[in-house]
Design a protein around this ligand. Sequence first.
Ligand code: MG
Length: 390
Amino acid sequence: MKTISILGSTGSIGNQALAVVSAHQGMFRIYGLTANRQVKTLAEQARIYKPAKVVIAAPELYRDLKALCRDLPVEVAAGPDAISELAADSRHELVLNALVGFAGLAPTLAALKSGRTVALANKESLVAGGHLVMPLTTNKKKANLLPVDSEHSAIFQCLQGEREAEVENIILTASGGPFWGYSAVELQKVTPEEALRHPNWSMGAKISIDSATMMNKGLEVIEAHWLFSLPYEKIKVIIQRESIIHSMVTFRDGAVLAQLGVPDMQVPIQYALTYPHRKPCRAPRLDWEAIESLHFSPPDIKNFPCLQLAYEAGKIGGSLPCAMNAANEEAVRLFLNGDIGFLSIARIIEAVMNKHKLIKLPDFAALQEVDREARHLAQEFAKREGIIKC
Ligand code: MG
């Protein structure tokens, strides 16, 4: 029996993780669950999975959660600090971090510092604070940072039993998102509703927009740089329209290993939860006879500049990826709100990156400040962009 906690249990990854837990009765015990604002769903989950602790990120919802859980033997807490406190709790072995955005960094650091294993679905932890996270993951034999992102899980699976020194490069696959093949003119008119309709994967709102702008792949390039300690020159991106190849590793003898499967997050989530073992999984199987062909093409950096911006931010490093990430979070929020057009997202990120004053080795407090400032700057630029809504 493995005791686990899920940060962000009411989101897409959180729900699918709980489905994995339900499918393997007797294998997992849930210690803690957290949600951002969805008190009702969190209380329902508490009723089913009987955690010892539930935390709601929004402090103003504490009373509501407390009331909904009044007949349950569960400790109720609220606020971001309570989430980090839960992450560091010694009563669970593994923490699945499925939070969205920069908010995920503090709990990742807290969990690793207290010797917990982290199954990481929050890529922003590594994008903003990879230099703070990675020194806490020194024990290579007993991996204590397990990727949940499908591409990184694929690479992690391809690397099992291999030597990192023998890797020539890694190839992250991208679906291209819902707007692949669109011209700049067409992209000007796309709506949040259209952007949320991903062709292959079912995901939360923020990552769906990131996927449409290709910033998701950019964040994943930085995530891969930290996870697999590879220079950016060795991290390639290729469009794989069907999302059947989840990523690949080229070794120095020219051999390429790939991990394939239907696009279903249950597989990488479960692999992180049961690692180093593989357990039965209900996810559908690939129907080989129905796959007529697989399509590959290079990413379109002209119409989807976010990928290039992320490479730049990653290569320069320091506080720049954190600023880029904050600008992106803010721009995505504004786009979802209908305040700015789709093409303004990349323009806002680039403007914030150009204005950013680089800090070479920022500590956590400095990153918090960078995050705050970059969001503020993004809003300033957005005000300007909003006037000429495109
Ligand atoms: Mg991914």
